[in-house]
Design a protein around this ligand. Sequence first.
Ligand code: ATP
Length: 259
Amino acid sequence: MKRIGDVVLDVKNISLAFGGVKALTDISFDVREHEVRAIIGPNGAGKSSMLNCINGVYQPQHGAITLRGKTYHGMSPRQVAEMGVARTFQNLALFKGMSVLDNIMTGRNLRMRRGLFWQALHLGPARREETEQRAAVERIIDFLEIQAHRKTPVGRLPYGLQKRVDLGRALAMEPSLLLLDEPMAGMNVEEKQDMCRFILDVNDEFGTTIVLIEHDMGVVMDISDRVVVLDYGKKIGDGAPDDVRKNEDVIKAYLGAAH
Ligand SMILES: Nc1ncnc2c1ncn2[C@@H]1O[C@H](COP(=O)(O)OP(=O)(O)OP(=O)(O)O)[C@@H](O)[C@H]1O
């Protein structure tokens, strides 16, 4: 049985509008240490907007987000990343012509201590550091079972494996909070099962807290500890998967979306 800890991320009364479009209206929820927390909802519900508030890309007009006791005040995505938050993207943000290894290496940038000057010289401390960074990347490659593709340009891999490399790039930051943007979207059944297993393994083995967004309700119910449901920018459900599944408003929102 895994141990779920204290609240690490507290989202309070967040409202976000783009001109006249209300993307999020008064959203509150929290995320606990070691939890797998899903945000689900039909298309346009506000899931991506929520994730973009959490990682500092959007600045909501109202409300507050607090991460490990520190409230965001105009924090940039880089500052949020430095607080241990990594994310993957719905539309992969990988360098297609670069190898798997080099793509994952880009995730280490935040962790590199020696500047470009030292790296360019490739001397002494910089070389030692690069060796350490490579070792960390190799561990991630082993963990994600993509050893056979280390040198392959990412663009040549099947989609499911590209998503796994994107996860690897995020893991390379050694995040304490990992945000996954529709990690299973566009995958076949087998790829989805693999991705679910890796998400649970990351959560188990590294103790990483995970927030994932998904519009397919079925996929995340099995792997999430708690689920937030958004619809038209409002929160309509929040709780354990079994409770959310029985929630009348949630059923209506999903039935409505199916027609
Ligand atoms: N940058 C933006 N400019 C204007 N409107 C936006 C912007 N981003 C999102 N919106 C609007 O905000 C609402 C919520 O969109 P969002 O992308 O957050 O939903 P979503 O739940 O992630 O949808 P999907 O499942 O389709 O990705 C939508 O009406 C969308 O059109």
